[in-house]
Design a protein around this ligand. Sequence first.
Ligand SMILES: C[S@@+](CC[C@H](N)C(=O)[O-])C[C@H]1O[C@@H](n2cnc3c(N)ncnc32)[C@H](O)[C@@H]1O
Length: 390
Amino acid sequence: MKIELPAAILQLDQRIRSEYFVRAVLSGRRRNMQTEYERIDIKPVLIKDEIKWQIISSDGKKDITKNVAADFSFNQLFESGYANLLVDTQDESYQVRISKKDEALVAITKVKLTRDLSHDRQKMRMLPESNQVFKALDLSDLLGRIKPSKMDKYKQVDEFLRLISQTLDTDLSNQDEISVVDLGCGHAYLTFAVQEFLKDKYRKVSILGVDERDDSKAHNEKVAAKLKIEAKFIAAKIADTPNQKVDIAIALHACDTATDDALYWAVKNKAKVIMAAPCCMHELQTQIKDSPEPWGLLTKYGLVKERLVDLMTDSLRAQILKLLGYRVDIVEFIGGEHTARNILIRAVFTGASPAQIDKERYLQLLEQWQITPYLAKLLKDELKAAAQIG
Ligand SMILES: C[S@@+](CC[C@H](N)C(=O)[O-])C[C@H]1O[C@@H](n2cnc3c(N)ncnc32)[C@H](O)[C@@H]1O
């Protein structure tokens, strides 16, 4: 429906002041107009028994929040250059798109929303939903909101960035350049997000994404061009990735032993930080025919055996890295409701010599279960040199 712009703005203003108001979003730019922010979100909040409006302005990198009272002029905001103006009340979504001719194209849809008056900020995200990267990757919509079907991916990326950021200050602070290699990068959601996250923290960020699929390389190069960033992508097996300098090696859900190939490549190239979230694992499962007693109590159940051996695989990966001089922790990087594959091995190189107890435990476990992890085979020489194992 096409109406005069002042009439549409009056509607928006009435709705934002109504007791049923849920949220508003202002985004996009009108022709020949500039906006101060990329996107503005507004919601009602209850502060000391008084209803106010919380306005969150985002420039795509950080958010600025302020709370305003009844005398605030929303009209000014509505006319400040944004092309898409959306105001949701509990039962109606009123959406205005301002055309090139400054007409208001209005769409009204029925919705069922709950009014939330809490003023605690939503969990601070490492990159806001409206960041250009998520737009370029098609994770967010025209209004800069993450699409519901992509929310899990966004949360996963956010959590990954949070975990990376924890090591930046402690382990990667004395440098002004950083090199990141994403092994098994797929459509590079994480790769681009990491690049975006690091670009303000380091003078130069070098990015390499590796995936065996040609279509991933083609897709990722297109996204890099759209974002006007220099990131290199190669279509290759992880095991065939050329050696290069690397500060952070990443492998998010590289299938089965591809995670081991990634860990091997990272160790060989002396990665300072390794972040690997393993995927499906079969290799050790097939090696275990009989379990040492009393573990038969668990392994007699197929499902339990599978989970136990998955945990053993990851614990052994962590132990191997520890024996090679890495400080290792295993963390849950996102709640199980988002993906079942929620273990992350985070390793930071310290060069510490392995403790005798760590060597003994490792060797005993292999001996008792009669297994040789694939990663141990790959890193045979390194284990011999660092821990006199093999
Ligand atoms: C489950 S996807 C994960 C993609 C991405 N890391 C993410 O989390 O969005 C696994 C990716 O690893 C790639 N891959 C699996 N094995 C590989 C190997 N040995 N060498 C290179 N790429 C591999 C697949 O092509 C796929 O794109």
